[in-house]
Design a protein. Structure first.
Length: 245
């Protein structure tokens, strides 16, 4: 087996497993905290196949590995779908679920500074996502589940500058958002989406594009490394922008 065959096999294994068709009125747990434009683009164009080995693929590989390792204790990739009062669905695919112990675990592949951000910011996207999982699971089982983040830290290991060993894994017990907060946020998102759908207009450009300086200007790292809709997004510009920092 050559590298091309290995890459193709990985991409096939890490493809999105949900509905890929356009015009699906659904908001997922991972959409909470995202820019409205990302949700709108998925609604308008559906979910494209992943044909490039990138950062998302590496994260998916890590998820698959941990789910396989922990499958004796946790059910992996449990999917939930609740149709809300306005006809939109609220969905979630939970990385690790233990019904007996009433435990929800979401896996994230990130860096050490994210741990500090999550612990300080209760509005962090990771907390919103985990809270929606809890909302869906509690609703299905009519019970109360604990919520945890399992963080795989890419910058873990020995820090030669500080001469200390930094952790490569963190398991955090998180305080979730309330049921009312989740429903309020859901209807805010879907009401805004309905407005742009009726107008047939794109929402504003995404924020926090993580600009990186180059010799010719600056490029939006978030667009280049993490977005599947660059060829369809009206704001995307392949030419580096001249920005003063």
């Amino acid at each position: 087996m050559n590298l091309q065959q290995i890459t193709k096999k990985i991409l096939n294994k890490t493809q999105y497993g949900g509905n890929k068709e356009p015009r699906v009125k659904a908001v997922s747990a991972s959409d909470f905290g995202n820019d409205l434009l990302q949700i709108y683009l998925r609604y308008k164009y559906g979910v494209p196949d992943n044909d490039i080995f990138g950062q998302d693929t590496i994260g998916s590989i890590c998820h698959l590995g941990l789910q396989q390792i922990l499958e004796d204790e946790y059910e992996p990739e449990r999917k939930f779908n609740v149709i809300m009062d306005n006809g939109w669905s609220l969905t979630g695919s939970i990385d690790l679920l233990n019904v007996k112990n009433k435990e929800i675990i979401d896996i994230k592949v990130t860096k050490q500074y994210t741990v500090e951000k999550v612990l300080k910011d209760n509005n962090h996207q990771y907390i919103w996502q985990l809270s929606v999982y809890k909302y869906l699971v509690d609703k299905y089982y009519n019970d109360n589940f604990d919520t945890k983040l399992l963080l795989v830290l890419k910058d873990g290991g020995y820090d030669f500058r500080k001469m200390v060993i930094k952790p490569s894994l963190e398991l955090l017990n998180m305080e979730p958002k309330s049921k009312n907060e989740i429903e309020k946020r859901f209807y805010e998102i879907t009401n805004e989406l309905n407005r742009y759908i009726e107008l047939d207009e794109y929402p504003p450009q995404c924020s926090e594009l993580w600009w990186r300086k180059t010799k010719n200007g600056s490029i939006p790292v978030r667009c280049e490394q993490y977005c599947s809709y660059k060829d369809k997004c009206p704001y995307y510009n392949v030419n580096p922008m001249k920005i003063n920092f």
